[in-house]
Design a protein around this ligand. Sequence first.
Ligand SMILES: CSCC[C@H](NC(C)=O)C(=O)O
Ligand SMILES: [Zn+2]
Ligand SMILES: [Zn+2]
Length: 471
Amino acid sequence: MCRYNLKLIKSTHFRVSSSTEIKKMEINHLLYLCFLLVLILTKTTPSDEDPSVIISRFQQYLQINTSQPTPDYHKAVEFLISQAKSISLDHQTIELVDNKPLLLLKWPGSDPKLPSILLYSHTDVVPSEQDKWTYHPFAAHLDSTGNIYARGSQDMKCVGMQYLEAIRKLKATGFQPLRSVYLSFAPDEEIGGHDGAEKFADSDVFKSLNVGIVLDEGLASPTENYRVFYAERCPWWLVIKAKGAPGHGAKLYDNSAMENLLKSIEIVRKFRASQFDMVKAGLKAEGEVISVNMAFLKAGTPSPTGFVMNLQPSEAEAGFDIRVPPTANAEALERRIAEEWAPASRNMTFELGQFKQKASIHDKFGRPVLTATDSSNPWWSLLEDAVKSANGKLGKPEIFPASTDSRYFRERGLPAIGFSPMANTPILLHDHNEFLNQAEYLKGIDMYESIIKAFASYAQHPKDEVARDEL
Ligand SMILES: CSCC[C@H](NC(C)=O)C(=O)O
Ligand SMILES: [Zn+2]
Ligand SMILES: [Zn+2]
């Protein structure tokens, strides 16, 4: 019995001991496997802040077709909300016009009484002639040199994503903003911003944000210096129409519509050359002269094979894209159009599109709308220092030669700075094969990280800020 018991105990003991060891071995194996797995995963699964992951997020945004005139705004907003959620930003979608959503994100500051910072971007892009591109404009193809080809890569999906990536990095460092930081992703900039920024700037939502400074788009720079903009030219889209006597294509006579229109075109071209010469001579910068470019010519009597050739048409028209600097004499230009470019004496009429009336670039006191770029504007000084401390270089501040949504904020007396951090990059907005190099894109994120940190930490009370409070 005793032997048996002993045996039993022994054998039981043996069994117990053996199973514990097996368990121990199993646990050790498991731990080892877990360790290997973690090692493999950390080696093979890139983190959120890995450059390749950052670039792939940029590519995802670029791949959404938000091209005018049928932009997929909802898809863009859905993607941007997913990004906002991943970095715990509050989000709100505002439809000031049906099916034209504006996404507003918020990173709350610890002192909500201080005016906030608005990081502005538009979600739409201009159309592209797909067959003239080396890579599909919505493929966001990354070539072996690191260039990312896509419509919007410069104008301005880069900036919208760079804001988000900079905030992602700041959050990872534990930075807490003092001022609230808002990001707005607006529709329709490329068609004038009337259903986007203009309505937004007019809305109660915007007023409630208590914005103190707006950052918006700039331009790529082929040199190592970033371009930066404190004002912009105003778009005047002019159509001049000529009427004249119709007649046989073989007959020489005065006052045909074509002759009347061509005389005007010659006069416009002389004016264009006089403005361009000042730029060529280095007397004025691109944004400081009035530019005029012919956008279309419409004339002729259509036929099934093209146009009737032996008939002089009774009507002809031409369209011009004119850009007027804030410092130009707008009344004088309008007189010039009426008296020289489209005079009634030559049977001509003209129309200035919606922009001329709406896009005033003067405030209600008639002062040109310019954002100060000296020490009177603390935001300017902060931007200069922040770019410098991130190892970037700023060029001389300029007037933006085209137009941006900043005008809707500047008109309300707010300072707005145009800045798209793309150095060593050809200017390809609205062009074929628009691209941005991934290294420049990543450097741009560092610029915004530095700027947003500086802006969001700026503790001065509003009374000391640049805001033109008498407006
Ligand atoms: C007139 S509103 C259209 C705005 C557009 N902006 C840019 C930057 O290309 C432009 O200047 O044509
Ligand atoms: Zn743009
Ligand atoms: Zn554009």
